[in-house]
Design a protein around this ligand. Structure first.
Ligand SMILES: Cc1cc2nc3c(=O)[nH]c(=O)nc-3n(C[C@H](O)[C@H](O)[C@H](O)COP(=O)(O)OP(=O)(O)OC[C@H]3O[C@@H](n4cnc5c(N)ncnc54)[C@H](O)[C@@H]3O)c2cc1C
Length: 514
């Protein structure tokens, strides 16, 4: 029996989902094809509304739709794509319950894996910057912001108790700084709208800084090119965005920013059975310039790709991607937005915000989600913002942190809550006695520190200050205690180090911790 042609779609974002939707419509009309979609999550994320999740205007689940419900005729594999073999025409996905990978052969392959946020090579960003791309990022950031506000208000309560007359947390004390390497924000839109957005942000107290490049990050500060530091506990970075590493390894032509080069039929250059669309591809527009990485372009590319896959299967002529864009919109919060509509009409403020909401509400897939979001927006007019911090539990385990020269890793008198292992860089140990600071020694790669306060259940006996950009592995107290209790040799070796340090501290020795 002849097998049905199989179209395998990689990625369940705007490009992948809408390509599958178009193919499903054809199946509904009698087309005899098999559609397989592989996506990491079993839901589709409506990314344009992610900022509203952070502000708490809508619920976390309001921006996602289960893919199975959106695509009832598609065979969904909730897996990670691990390998693509274009020669053998197979895709290999990660193991599921059973420990063996899954091999999916294809006749046509749709590459729609989007882009990835990649902080590699940027000092301290992998450890300390919050990316903002998917639902998990939005949830983490929201939790973190709520935690930062909670912490700030606790500190104030403390101060109030001491000083008896401190006002509660003052919104003016919350500092938001927007760094931008270019000369104006939203360079892809009309200048007048960008200036409007800029003006609104500034009037709300956001410090907007142009031609400013972030060079490094620590848990306490952002370091700018030129050396200036901005103290912060919350650093969000939406750049840089890279093409998917899986696609980089493929023997296919790449364009700007190493994205896959597609032609106006959406075929990956040089192939008739591989289609590249969405943020992972460079798709030429009518005027030859590459399509911007937006949802509206991904959706239109998906429709053309689906049409052309079927046309290829039946030997019919292919369509070209002629979409010119419907305009640009951006919400600015507080019921304000900017919009550049078809025909060059520019709108800003409340009217733009209303248009923004109406359009995105209609674009949300499925009536159920539209109803949920519409009611959340209505309730938002009446109720205060949601402040619940959704902790998902679990231990943090071993983490990594970056420190810049001059930064204190911890200070004398702090609570001992973790142990550190220096991976690279250097630090010094300083102890203050009667107001006089004394350097007790240096810490270099391979040195542990911070264990004394944990083993002795006391506060930090000294300050550790970074002297040369340092990366350290960090073991939280709970994990360290479990290891020390169950591995007697480990505990003994730490105790020996501790004894040595105590002795050295007495003699004013060289390499000591705290
Ligand atoms: C916060 C935010 C707001 C935005 N606002 C707007 C807006 O207002 N208007 C607009 O037009 N555009 C907006 N965009 C851009 C728009 O969301 C993207 O252009 C669009 O999502 C691109 O679609 P895509 O399918 O190419 O990629 P994505 O939507 O990123 O989808 C890629 C999919 O591939 C999956 N995937 C990746 N790697 C693997 C793997 N190895 N195995 C399995 N699955 C994998 C991912 O899980 C994801 O589901 C916004 C983007 C963000 C992040």
């Amino acid at each position: 029996m002849k097998q049905r042609p199989r179209v395998v779609i990689l990625g369940g974002g705007f490009a992948g989902i809408y390509a599958a939707m178009e193919l499903e419509k054809a199946v509904g009309k009698g087309e005899d094809i098999e559609i397989v979609l592989v996506n990491r999550e079993n839901y589709f994320v409506f990314q344009p509304m992610l900022p509203e999740v952070i502000s708490g205007t809508i619920g976390i689940l309001d921006v996602v739709s289960p893919i199975r419900r959106l695509l009832p005729r598609t065979d969904l594999h909730v897996r990670d794509v691990e390998e693509i073999d274009l020669e053998k025409k197979v895709v290999i996905t990660s193991p599921g319950f059973r420990p063996h990978p899954h091999v999916i052969p294809f006749d046509h392959l749709v590459l729609a894996l989007g882009s990835v946020t990649d902080f590699r090579g940027l000092r301290g960003l992998p450890e300390h910057a919050f990316p903002f791309k998917n639902l998990g990022d939005a949830l983490n950031l929201r939790n973190h912001v709520i935690r930062a506000l909670d912490e700030a208000s606790i500190e104030h309560d403390f101060v109030r108790e001491v000083a008896r007359s401190y006002p509660s947390l003052d919104p003016r004390e919350i500092r938001i700084v927007l760094l931008h390497a270019g000369e104006r924000i939203l360079p892809e839109g009309a200048e007048s709208l960008a200036l409007f957005a800029q003006d609104i942000l500034m009037r709300r107290g956001v410090e907007v800084r142009f031609k400013t490049v972030l060079e490094a990050a620590t848990g306490d500060a952002a370091t700018l090119r030129g050396g200036e530091t901005i103290p912060t506990k919350t650093l969000v970075s939406t750049v840089p965005s890279f093409p998917h590493p899986l696609l980089e390894a493929l023997p296919l032509a790449k364009g700007k920013n190493r994205r896959l080069l597609a032609n106006r039929h959406l075929q990956a250059e040089g192939r008739t059975d591989v289609w590249a669309l969405g943020d992972c591809a460079v798709v030429p527009q009518v005027d030859g310039t590459p399509s911007p990485p937006t949802a509206q372009h991904a959706i239109r590319q998906a429709a053309v790709a689906a049409h052309n896959i079927l046309a290829t299967l039946h030997g019919r002529p292919l369509r070209t991607f002629d979409f010119k864009g419907l305009g640009k919109m951006g919400a600015l919060g507080h019921r304000s937005a900017i919009a550049e509509l078809p025909g060059g009409i520019k709108v800003s403020g409340f009217l733009a915000w209303w248009i923004w909401r109406s359009i995105y509400l209609v674009k949300l897939p499925g009536w159920g989600r539209r109803l949920r979001v519409a009611s959340a927006w209505t309730l938002d007019l009446l109720l205060p913002a949601e402040l619940v911090q959704l902790k998902l539990g679990g231990s943090l385990g071993v983490t990594q942190e970056h420190f810049e020269p001059g930064q204190d890793v911890f200070r004398q008198g702090d609570l001992g809550d973790r142990v550190y292992l220096v991976m690279s860089g250097q630090a010094e140990v300083w102890r203050s006695v009667d107001g006089v600071e004394e350097c007790l020694g240096q810490l270099a790669p391979g040195d542990w520190f911070g264990e004394m306060a944990l083993l002795n259940e006391t506060t930090r006996g000294a300050t550790v200050r970074c002297t040369k950009a340092m990366d350290a592995l960090i073991l939280p107290k709970s994990e360290f205690s479990v290891l020390a209790a169950n591995l007697p040799d480990l505990r003994r070796s730490f105790e020996r180090v501790m004894e040595g340090r105590r002795g050295a501290a007495g003699r004013g020795g060289e390499r000591r911790g705290s």
